[in-house]
Ligand binder design. Structure first.
Ligand code: ES4
Ligand code: ZN
Length: 319
């Protein structure tokens, strides 16, 4: 499907093609035993194992220059999938270890590469600074500080990723408050592994306006109504959910039910090469499974553009 697409939920490192990571590992003589299957794709058994393989694979990304090369590769692939605007999750924990000076250098390198991709392919990138739930609330505060220091035209949001079954949203409220006060917009991964209560807690305790995944909200219809009422947008990643066996198949996935009930749903890839997906694949599979036509996809992209954390001038270019 050659429709123009807006993607709101993409992990910057998680979009790295295996060939890119292998190339860097070779250059740096890093041993990545156990990271790849014999067919060359990423190897993981379940979500917690995925997180550890993700960390091992991305440990070869050591310098701002590595992130500049990654950014170029990622945005070329997104543009080839007709993505015109993308928000990616970036974590100080992976980029300089929460040192604000180092973090700024990574961001400069990424921004330069993104500007080049915008000139060459017309794709717009904005960044969401992300803390990692299983690294705990103290590291999250350091990430929020990095986020607050670099909030602006292109660092537009703050979020939380990582293992949803560790800790509670409330533990991270201080960091989210700091980010909000710095003018950043807020999103949180919730309701992917946790149930509806996990989504409720993220909305109530972190006061986010978007939820990453959020699909288990479907198990609590009062919560679904609340999402509709408060116009909270879900960053749904159907291919990721099926690959990680959150649902046995796309036909069992609640995205259509959520949409029918009036929830603002959008579609993203999460960590596309890990989950063997692309934005084009997502659209093709949704069209086949739920008989979605161009009008549904146009509405989906309109929802995504309106929920994007960019400024209004940028939004006008995307709508
Ligand atoms: C994630 Cl920390 C992290 N990285 C990539 N994808 C993720 N999904 C949830 N947490
Ligand atoms: Zn994610």
């Amino acid at each position: 499907m050659r429709l123009r697409k807006v993607e709101l939920h993409l992990h910057h490192e998680g979009a790295a093609p295996p060939s890119f990571i292998k190339g860097l590992a070779k250059e740096k003589s890093v041993n990545l035993n156990g990271v790849f299957k014999s067919d060359g794709s990423y190897a993981f058994r379940d979500f917690v194992h995925f997180l550890s393989v993700y960390e091992a694979a991305t440990s070869v990304l050591k310098t701002p220059e590595d992130y500049a090369r990654l950014t170029k590769a990622v945005l070329e692939e997104s543009a080839a999938n007709d993505v015109i605007y993308s928000e990616t999750f970036l974590s100080p924990d992976f980029c300089g270890g929460s040192d604000v000076g180092a973090w700024r250098e990574y961001l400069h390198a990424i921004k330069d590469a993104a500007d080049e991709a915008e000139r060459d392919h017309g794709i717009i990138l904005r960044g969401i600074v992300t803390c990692i739930r299983h690294f705990g609330p103290e590291k999250a505060k350091a990430s929020a500080l990095c986020a607050a220091e670099t909030a602006g035209d292109w660092i537009v949001g703050f979020g939380i990723a990582g293992d949803e079954m560790e800790g509670k949203p409330k533990d991270f409220a201080y960091s989210f408050d700091m980010a909000r006060e710095a003018g950043l917009r807020l999103t949180a991964h919730a309701g992917e592994w946790g149930g509806a209560q996990s989504v409720r807690d993220a909305v109530d305790d972190l006061k986010v306006e978007r939820i990453g995944h959020g699909v288990h909200a479907i198990n609590d219809l009062a919560l679904v109504d609340k999402l509709v009422e408060n116009e909270i947008t879900l960053e749904v990643c159907p291919g990721s959910n099926v690959n990680l066996e959150v649902y046995p198949s796309l036909a069992d996935h609640p995205i259509e039910k959520l949409r029918q009930r009036g929830v603002k749903v959008t579609v993203s890839t999460d960590d596309p090469p890990f989950f063997h997906t692309t934005m084009r694949d997502e659209y093709i599979n949704l069209a086949r499974t739920f008989r979605w036509d161009e009008d549904v996809f146009a509405e989906l992209n309109d929802t995504a553009a309106r929920a994007a954390f960019c400024d209004e001038d940028t939004r006008t270019r995307v709508l």
